[in-house]
Design a protein around this ligand. Sequence first.
Ligand SMILES: [Zn+2]
Length: 435
Amino acid sequence: MDQIEKRIIEIIDTHADELQAMAEDIFHHAEQGYHEYRTADIAAKYLKKLGLEPKTGLAITGLRASVGNGQGPNVALIGELDGLACPDHPAANKGYAHSCGHYAQMVCMLGAALALTDPEVAAALDGTATFYAVPAEEFQAASVREEVRREHDVHCGGGKCELLRRGDMDDIDMAVTTHSLMVDREGGADLMLGNSSCTGFIGKTVIMHGKAAHAAAAPHEGANALNAACLGMSALGMIRETFREKDCIRVHPYIREGGQAINVVPSEVIVDMMVRANTQKVIEEVSEKVDRCFQGGALAIGCTCEIQNAQGYMPCPEILPNTLMEETAALLGEGLNVKSIPAGVCNTASTDVGDLCSVMPVMNFTFGGSTGALHSVDYAVTDPVVAHIVPAKMMALLAYRLLKDGAKGAKEYIAGYKPAMTKKEYKAYCERMSG
Ligand SMILES: [Zn+2]
């Protein structure tokens, strides 16, 4: 361990109480994606206190600030701002809770900023570290997507996709991301290095158009859109036998609007869903099957079916840890239970980190210190040091190790990566998918 690494650990330890208080505060004030004004404000104030000048209002609530020599490589250190709808969670705030642990990423990113802005540490960076608070990792419901598009010209359901679309990451060469443990959550790891592959998806909205009529006096004059939608969902259930395990397919609909009145044949029913799989090709194939199910339901009942597909997230590749990451984790002490991701495991959930991976190299680690399933009422912090302080040290040390000695670590990592598309091609993809 060199002097700067010692200093990074020391700074974060000295400010542990302050970081824990911030964790507690953000955890109890979860906010909806693209509406994380309070959390963004906390982050902006903290970065200003460290002497940085954050650029705010990126994709509504996002922000960024940089430290280092102002040149490349530029490494993004990412924290996600949003909570998710989980009204029964004990720490829920107006229906939203941090039951995916994103609040801890904010503490991690801000803790890393605290250490890396120390003059002695900053002077040792042969490149730039850019701290990001990113809105809306959770894919937003169609109604929210419509609202933010109308009011803020936000086109994408996920914050990282939107930042990429707007060019707010054009100068970034690679990213470091983190998350509460995603696979093997109860396996006892304090840190899990690498990133399991994740599914990608498209958002799909089915609008079933029928004909209203008196539900009791004249149902024969109507065309029941709810029946057509239900028939579509039955067909979807039957077609599941064609889904192969290896493709990690998930299709999960819910009815946003089920009719207009109790005594009227439903004339319009809206079903929202996500269609997920581990490759873009399979997502498209399954999407067509799902369309057939609902078109068939419409045909049988005499309704018409309107289908809207929205840009979702791209599948995320498996990223195994490299030596630099393993050596960095080893600096954190022997008492820590550090594991690598189990190879070949697909996390059937999705993240917009998949989109980041399509245009730049990403280094990811996940952290323990919590129990209960993600997105569930059981999500709870069991070890605040492992959940909040260890990840902050890990992120700061990773950034330093990537950028020290002529940024050798970052340059090697970037050189070893082939992007699936350029940032310009990604923007064109957004244009195609989301207009
Ligand atoms: Zn999450």
